[in-house]
Design a protein around this ligand. Structure first.
Ligand code: C2E
Ligand code: CA
Ligand code: CA
Length: 640
């Protein structure tokens, strides 16, 4: 059976507690004896003999139990955990018993005896929490129950000095608790790094499989690491019999990168640690969960696809729960891909690649879901390979062209510009969508070439369009982050006679997120020429408009998925809010994907002055666009 996430930390914690808990019981017993002694002539015998005798006996028994020699069975993680839970409960019971007894004694004696009771409470609570440093939960609960009882008692007595003492003790306890928590935190990190160090050493010394596994732990999350994942997978494959079935899975976090980039790596690490812990808790015994690197996790489920899917869904569910980091609450999504042995592949590389492809497909088409590698994906891989091969052989200048979709004013439907959209008619495959073209161009390393061929056509078209009509040119994330592409675009722009102010570059949020700094520098270079920048498909990504205010943007294009929502009141409110926010940031707004007259009217009423969509005009060749412009011009001319 494979087990993930074995954690020896509780054992280290237990061993440290063993050194301190006997002292705690000793302290309680001695203090109780002294308090009983000072009250011996003042309180009834029952209170100064019987009760302390019971308390001290209980303490002594517990002390002896903690001091007894231990065997290796005592150091099983489960045994240790059970004992520590018992200790937490008992610590509360004992401390409340002691304090209640002391407060009953407070009813006897003069000012010195009252003082002694107060000191007893203070010393007891501080002593207890010091001795419970390695069990911070118990320390906190003891402090809360003792001080709660004491505060309630002092308020009930309504004695000013007593209340002041109670508040004083509470304050000191709070500070001590904070210091102890920090100390405990450094103990944990020291333990973790020592364990990693030990694991490394052990691996070097011993070839035993178990020790090697211990060394294959990811330091950040405590999960097994990539090495462990692959050695387990190889091991399973080498031992697999004819009837064996198991599933390899990959989980990738959505929106992790922006959180890491915006809030810093320390926050990112804490988020990963929290997610790792949840995965450890959620992981069933016949499953391995490993962190493969970054925000990618691997699974091996010793079962077929149905069980693997339910395990993966449960893990994804646990990942999606909100995480509190400092004073911030964040949540990330995740997508997953699965590949089943033996039906999908019989080698580690093939299983991994296909799970990876299923994951890629999930991220692209079914974000947030778990996708299993299937015959359909197999065909898709083949078609991707066919597209890649066709693009590698393509003569870009003759196969790739532009069509133009007008962008109009919502009041008079007059075009103020047009968006250039790529079209690829492959000699071997026929029409291929621009999204597939762009993705394939990146895969086969022709992204720059494709962008430049299209840009040449765009500036040539601009020369034919009547001023002040503008054209919009789409730049992919790859284009934007490639310094040489930007330089080549600028060179071509400078060599042409076109006015840069009539040019608009459309970029998407995803292209910004790949590398914010490089993208920002590229945008500034483009904008320095006098060209404008539009943020495309706004609303589909994770950024908020306000987080983008530092970027050099001029226009926001609201994604076409919002246009359909113009038919509902709630959608209209949302779109109006986006519109107002854009206006407050001095950004021009275009609404895309207007497909009906009523959407156009709603867009106008929501305050959009510019729109684009099939209802207004479909993308068309330059010749048709010019012809339509001429006709419109003639109509206006005749009307005048
Ligand atoms: P996009 O930049 O958001 O372009 C708008 C897409 O929406 C176009 O699809 C357009 O035909 C379509 N569209 C316009 N009005 C409507 C409407 O009313 N309803 C609906 N359902 N769709 C509408 P197209 O031409 O297939 O382009 C798809 C995407 O491919 C573009 O989305 C853009 O991301 C990318 N793309 C196209 N041309 C280029 C290019 O030259 N370079 C780069 N990097 N990407 C391009
Ligand atoms: Ca666009
Ligand atoms: Ca768009």
């Amino acid at each position: 059976m494979i087990r993930a996430g074995q954690h020896p930390l509780p054992v280290a914690q237990y061993l440290r507690l063993r050194e301190q808990i006997p002292a705690l019981y000793g302290l309680l017993s001695v203090n109780a004896a002294i308090l009983a002694y000072t009250h011996r002539a003042l309180a009834p015998r029952f209170l100064v003999l019987t009760v302390p005798a019971i308390l001290i006996t209980a303490c002594t028994l517990r002390m002896l139990m903690w001091m007894r020699p231990i065997s290796s069975a005592d150091l099983e993680v489960n045994v240790v955990r059970r004992r520590m839970h018992g200790t937490v409960a008992l610590a509360i019971v004992m401390s409340v018993a002691y304090v209640s007894w002391a407060l009953v004694l407070d009813g006897y004696g003069g000012p010195y005896e009252h003082g002694h009771v107060a000191i007893f409470v203070a010393v007891t609570v501080l002593g207890c929490i010091f001795c419970l440093t390695f069990l911070p939960l118990a320390a906190l609960l003891v402090a809360l129950s003792v001080l709660g009882t004491f505060l309630a008692y002092s308020f009930a007595q309504a004695t000013e000095v007593l209340i002041a003492i109670a508040l004083n003790i509470s304050l000191v306890t709070a500070v001590v608790l904070k210091i102890l928590r920090d100390y405990y935190g450094s103990f944990i990190s020291l333990e973790t790094s020592q364990r990693d160090l030990q694991n490394e050493r052990r691996q070097a010394q011993s070839l035993s499989e178990d020790n090697a596994r211990l060394a294959q732990t990811d330091a950040l999350t405590g999960l097994p690491n990539r090495r462990y994942f692959f050695s387990t997978l190889e091991g399973l494959l080498s031992r697999a019999g004819p009837r064996d079935v198991f599933t390899v899975g990959l989980i990738d976090l959505d929106r992790f990168k922006p959180i890491n980039d915006t809030h810093g790596h320390a926050h990112g690490d804490r988020l990963l640690r929290a997610i790792g812990q949840r995965m450890i808790n959620q992981c069933p015994p016949d499953t391995v969960v490993a962190r493969l690197g970054g925000d990618e996790f691997g699974l091996i489920v010793l079962d077929g696809p149905a069980k693997a899917e339910s395990v993966t869904q449960a893990l994804c569910q646990a990942i999606r729960e909100q995480v509190r980091i400092g004073d911030m609450v964040v949540s990330v999504g995740c997508s997953a891909g699965l590949a089943v042995f033996p039906e999908t592949g019989t080698s580690a590389d093939l299983l991994f690649d296909r799970a990876d492809f299923a994951l890629y497909h999930a991220k692209k088409e079914k974000r947030g879901q778990c996708v299993r590698f299937s015959d359909k994906l197999e065909r898709l891989i083949r078609s991707e390979q066919a597209i890649d091969a066709a693009l590698q052989a393509a003569d870009l200048r003759s196969e790739v062209s532009l069509v133009f979709q007008p962008i109009v004013g919502t009041d008079n439907l007059q075009p103020i510009g047009a968006e250039c959209l790529a079209r690829w008619t492959s000699r071997s495959l026929g029409q291929i969508s621009p999204e597939l073209l762009i993705a394939a161009a990146e895969r086969v390393g022709r992204a720059r070439e494709v962008a430049l061929v299209l840009f040449d056509q765009a500036i040539a078209a601009l020369a034919h369009l009547p001023a002040p009509m503008r054209i919009s040119f789409n730049l992919s994330g790859h284009n934007l982050c490639d310094v040489d592409t930007i330089t080549a675009l600028l060179d071509r722009l400078a060599a042409s006679r076109c006015e840069p102010s009539r040019l608009l570059f459309e970029i998407t949020e995803t292209s910004l997120i790949t590398d914010m700094e490089i993208a920002d520098a590229a945008l500034r270079r483009l904008r320095d020429t006098g060209a404008s920048i539009a943020l495309d498909d706004f609303g589909t990504g994770y950024s908020s408009l306000s987080s983008l205010h530092k970027l050099p943007l001029d226009v926001v294009k609201i994604d076409r998925s919002f246009a359909a929502r113009l038919d509902e009141a709630s959608g209209r409110r949302l779109i109006t809010a986006i519109r107002n926010l854009a206006r407050s940031l001095s950004l021009e707004c275009v609404i895309e994907g207007i497909e009906t007259e009523s959407q156009l009217i709603s867009a106008r009423l929501a305050g959009f002055s510019l729109a684009q969509g099939y209802f207004i005009a479909r993308p068309m060749t330059l010749d048709i666009l010019l012809e339509q412009l001429r006709q419109k011009h003639a109509e206006l001319w005749n009307a005048a």
